[in-house]
Design a protein around this ligand. Structure first.
Ligand code: PEP
Ligand code: MG
Length: 583
């Protein structure tokens, strides 16, 4: 029976495919297809790991001290039975032989399928055995991971879908960490649905930058959708249609084709400079997460990178930070991809919904978004920070670099950054015979405090970049990743607009460059307003560039200036912007 699941539209477009359910905490499991001639080997890998866990459990049980509680032995017996159970091991084997899933994926898929059956059991005791199954799978995955690391067998990162005719796959999960989503880049999923998340959560942002349709905050999606269900993701409306009728399916296939044609049409604007009708040039920059994205950004028509979120180089490395050389090579690679165009490198911004490591999440912090995040963390880890600054300066020998500091709230933080930078510069000659390159220094304005003390900060920086995602979060006290308050996350709130207007005005009158790099820059509803407020530099996810550029090419900046003043003065800015045809 067809039904719909409603969520928040975060990444546009239509994706049609079969659901792959991935349980909570299992999104990081490698998902790839094995080559046909490796299927038998993969089955052996899977069965071998199950057998090894069974052996370990037998040994554990046999070694239990005499005074161990009897429940413990009984529990180990249950786990042992599961590790040998044909419904489990045989089921995983089938996912490998019939779908060519890798062993880890097959085990998680089978765990998911059996977990559903446990959920439906009437008996409380049996229902709770799901947790045991999860623990057994955890052990088996740990064996596979040890083998992959120790045995020198390298796991394919993610094989492309190489067998024609098979159904596209959509990921359905309770939540996906941004770093895990990055892992899907060349992966097998064409779209995803999550139970949690908000429009400017980092997972949503990464989805937009990857241009894959997504719906987040769909609450019960991972409970209602079943493995293998046919699903349409309508990323424009924020809806997932499960088991659609043939008519609905045909309609969406039509929409998919139309969107492809529109993309082709828009690509004609790619390399045309963005200049308003009355002659104001506008800088079109891209936001990137990895060095390779810089190439895609140029292909999308970007004139440079306005935000390189370097934290993605730091995440999910088992607590090991990237070395200076690793960072230097990554920044240099991004610069080389940009072929002489500017690269704005933001120092690491981990914390809140971007934990350094999924196993070291921010759960222990009472209020992670208000905790040791971004520049606060960098200043608390001076060795790490100096290393990153040195890597950035070394990379700056290969192209124009702008250095951007996230989440500044205190002037003293800026002074500390400057003195750390001076120290790194002073030590430069002990590392290199070349002169230390100059880099422009800028701050993110994403905490209201930074906007309110901007006059004191501006003399010490070369540029500012407005991070509207956090600025809205911190101005309105709304967690940007929490779907429960997503309806209150309002970029049109007069307080937010006043802060943005004031930052643009102050920066311009001080002769300092000002950019918006939050999601507002790529939101067509705000293009005219931001132009009217005097913004001449936009940084956004690459797929948005041609769309926003189209608006700019049709805009008259002088007229928009008057309209923007009108919108800001109005009690209901969004309504006024609509009346004026701006949004
Ligand atoms: C922002 O807050 O607007 C921003 C661009 O930074 P991030 O989304 O990475 O927090
Ligand atoms: Mg931010």
């Amino acid at each position: 029976m067809s039904f719909q699941v409603f969520g928040i539209a975060v990444s546009q477009g239509v994706a049609i495919g079969r659901a792959v359910l991935v349980g909570a905490g299992r999104v990081d499991v490698a998902h790839y297809f094995v080559e046909p001639d490796r299927v038998a080997q993969e089955v052996a890998r899977c069965e071998g790991a199950c057998a090894q866990v069974a052996e370990e459990l037998v040994a554990l049980r046999d070694e239990l001290p005499a005074d161990a509680p009897p429940e413990l032995a009984a529990l180990l017996d249950v786990h042992l039975m599961m590790a040998r159970d044909e419904a489990f091991v045989g089921g995983a084997r089938e996912w490998i032989t019939e779908r060519r899933y890798n062993a880890e994926w097959a085990l998680s898929a089978q765990m998911e399928a059996l977990g559903r059956q446990f959920d439906e059991m009437e008996d409380d005791y049996l229902r709770e055995r799901k947790v045991d199954l999860e623990q057994v799978v955890e052990r088996i995955l740990a064996v596979l991971s040890r083998q992959a690391k120790g045995g020198g067998e390298s796991l394919p990162a993610a094989l492309p879908r190489d067998f024609g005719g098979d159904d596209p796959l959509l990921l359905v999960a309770s939540d996906i960490a941004p770093a895990d989503l990055i892992g899907f880049r060349q992966g097998v999923f064409r779209g995803f649905i999550t139970d949690v998340g908000g429009r400017t959560s980092h997972t949503a942002i990464v989805a937009r930058s990857m241009n894959i349709p997504a719906v987040v905050g769909a609450r019960e999606a991972s409970r209602l959708i079943r493995q293998d269900d046919w699903v349409i993701i309508d990323g424009d409306a924020g809806i997932a249609i499960v088991d659609p009728s043939p008519v609905v399916l045909a309609e969406y296939r039509f929409r998919q084709r139309q969107a492809e044609l529109e993309q082709e049409r828009l690509s004609l604007w790619r390399h045309r400079p963005a200049v308003t009708l009355d002659g104001h040039p506008v800088e079109m920059l891209a936001n990137i997460e990895l060095p390779a994205d810089a190439e895609a950004a140029l292909a999308a028509g970007a004139e440079g990178v306005g935000l390189f979120r370097t934290e993605f180089l730091f995440m999910n490395r088992g607590g090991k930070l990237p070395t200076e050389d690793e960072q230097y090579l990554a920044y240099r690679a991004a610069l080389e991809n940009l072929q002489g165009r500017p690269l704005t490198i933001r120092t690491v911004d981990v914390g809140a919904d971007k934990p350094l490591d999924r196993s070291h999440g921010s759960d222990h912090q009472l209020n992670p978004a208000l905790g040791l995040r971004a520049i606060r963390w960098s200043l608390a880890e001076p060795v790490m920070f100096r290393q990153q600054l040195r890597a950035i300066l070394r990379a700056a020998q290969h192209g124009p670099v702008r250095l951007l500091i996230p989440m500044l709230a205190h002037q003293s933080e800026l002074m500390e950054v400057r003195s750390t930078l001076d120290r790194v510069r002073a030590q430069w000659s002990t590392h290199s015979d070349q002169p230390c390159p100059r880099v422009d220094l800028g701050i993110m304005v994403e905490v209201p405090a930074a906007a309110l003390i901007l006059d004191r900060v501006l003399p010490w920086v070369d540029f500012v970049s407005i991070g509207t995602n956090d600025l809205i979060q911190y101005t309105l006290a709304i967690d940007r990743a929490d779907e429960a308050v997503a309806h209150l996350y309002d970029p049109w709130h007069p307080a937010v607009l006043q802060l943005i207007a004031s930052v643009i005005r102050q920066a311009r009158s001080a002769g300092k460059a000002v950019c918006v790099c939050g999601e507002m820059a790529g939101d067509l509803a705000f293009t005219a307003l931001l132009l009217g407020l005097g913004l001449r530099s936009f940084s956004m996810n690459p797929p948005q560039i041609t769309l926003v550029k189209q608006r700019i090419l049709r805009a008259d900046a002088a007229k928009l200036q008057e309209m923007a003043a009108d919108v800001l003065a109005h009690e209901q800015p969004q309504e006024r912007a609509r009346q004026l045809g701006l949004a």
